[in-house]
Design a protein around this ligand. Structure first.
Ligand SMILES: Cc1cc2nc3c(=O)[nH]c(=O)nc-3n(C[C@H](O)[C@H](O)[C@H](O)COP(=O)(O)O)c2cc1C
Length: 428
């Protein structure tokens, strides 16, 4: 029976953990002191690389490597914390910010020191009003105690920190769109390269990391790289807060070591599907991840195994779909979301998401033939890799995987819907 390994979520339900006094009582801001007085940015970067921390926002890129890409020198540099959390099925950053905002703030400050940044921003999803209020209050407390601002704790370092509220657009979670939105423009993705580490916010070198990634940093500085590496697998170190939702009896956030069996997360922690139901498929990393089958639940839940299985760990959000659900119906709902959220800047995504919705509507309305499945699969492969950012891929990959893995259900659905439409036409 799998149990949680609570590291980020340790003490998470303690009343008042969001206040600076309680956070300090648990050793809070000691890692910041260490980063300011007992080490230098070079050693910090080495530690972040050695510990094997990979980004928890989607791509799973090494955090330490990303920091090392930030050029040295005296130009203005920035840190942006991605707290946009709009990927369907993902709700772990919300918990971390609401319950333990100071750990995130401390992580932002240490990462700023490592990157040589003097200004840090937490870009938070517009709908997260409560969490933004909590963060604002925590930032004010940390300023009052001298942890943030000019000559923090009387050191030579200065970092200012601002909580910036988004306006509720999924695309603003894409890192370059986030930068445009922060600059006051419409949140559209930028052409890359240059990557943000070289030319990001206000054209300056910028480190962008997810809330969970940054929340790990004070713990790594406190306990060392070896401690972090002792958890998880060789290539996927540490723990992961996994949001489990969909057809499960006990949905929620569960922290586990990376590499545990996915089935144990779904059944032991999230209670499995409702009585009498079985898992039909599941998304391992939010709705953008290609779906996996019931048999794949026996795989290890880590970055490399999920990639080898043809999907991705993504934001670490498992969405379970049971056998009461229609896959064509689910595909349509998903495509509608991505069409709505597409910024429209590049045509493969703007047109591709729209065509996909229209074709899936045709399937639902009995207006389609099995050949449409070929065309739809082709549309998906024409989107993948051809967009300005991966929003288009985020629709094409799961929908492509549904057509591939559930083709007989799509064909049956097409036949049934056509027969229904015929009956209705004759009756009219
Ligand atoms: C359409 C789209 C939406 C995204 N939304 C988020 C998000 O809400 N939160 C997040 O951390 N990363 C999101 N990402 C990934 C970011 O672009 C980026 O990779 C991430 O913030 C890097 O942080 P990490 O290395 O700590 O994971 C999104 C990417 C795309 C393409």
């Amino acid at each position: 029976m799998l149990t949680e390994k609570r590291v980020l979520l340790e003490n998470i339900d303690e009343p008042g953990l969001n206040t600076i006094d309680v956070y300090e009582r648990h050793g809070g801001y000691k890692s910041l002191r260490k980063a300011l007085f007992d080490t230098d940015s070079h050693a910090l970067i080495e530690m972040l690389e050695a510990c094997g921390l990979r980004g928890r926002g989607g791509a799973g890129f090494s955090m330490g490597k990303k920091v090392s890409f930030i050029p040295k020198g005296s130009q203005d540099k920035y840190l942006c914390c991605n707290a946009d959390e709009s990927e369907p099925g993902t709700f772990k950053d919300r918990l971390l910010m609401q319950k333990n905002p100071h750990r995130l703030i401390e992580g932002c400050l240490i990462a700023s020191i490592a990157a040589g940044a003097t200004h840090a921003f937490i870009f938070i999803r517009g709908e997260y009003e409560l969490q933004a209020d909590i963060l604002d209050a925590a930032v004010a407390e940390a300023y009052a105690k001298g942890y943030i601002g000019r000559h923090m704790l009387d050191s030579r370092r200065s970092v200012e920190l601002v909580v910036h509220r988004g306006a509720g657009a999924y695309i603003c979670g894409e890192e370059s769109a986030l930068l445009d939105a922060l600059e006051g423009k419409r949140g559209n993705p930028r052409l890359k390269p240059p990557f943000p580490a070289i030319q990001g916010l206000y054209q300056g070198p910028t480190l962008i990391n997810n809330v969970e990634t940054l929340s790990n940093v004070p713990l790594i500085v406190a306990n060392g790289a070896d401690w972090f590496k002792s958890m998880g697998t060789e290539k996927s170190a540490g723990t992961k807060v996994v949001s489990v939702s969909g057809n499960v009896q006990n949905p929620g956030n569960f922290e586990v070591e990376l590499g545990v069996k996915a089935r144990d997360i779904v059944y032991d922690l999230a209670g499995g599907p409702p009585e009498g139901r079985r898992v039909k498929c599941w998304f391992p990393g939010g709705s953008s991840a290609p779906v996996l089958t019931e048999a794949d639940l026996d795989l290890a839940y880590d970055f490399e195994t999920m990639a080898q299985a043809g999907s991705m760990l993504g934001s670490g959000a498992i969405i379970v779909v049971d056998d009461s659900q229609s896959i064509p119906g689910l595909a349509l709902r998903l495509a509608e979301f991505y069409r709505h959220e597409s910024c429209g800047k590049c045509s493969p995504c703007r047109e591709g998401t729209n065509w996909t919705v229209k074709m899936l509507e045709r399937i639902e309305n009995g207006d389609s033939t099995p050949m449409d499945l070929e065309i739809m699969a082709q549309v998906q492969s024409n989107i993948i890799g051809n967009c300005l950012c991966v929003l288009g891929d985020s629709m094409a990959m799961p929908i492509g995987s549904m057509i591939e893995k559930f083709r007989p259900e799509f064909e049956e659905h097409i036949e049934d819907a056509r027969a229904r439409a015929d009956v209705e036409a004759h009756a009219a």
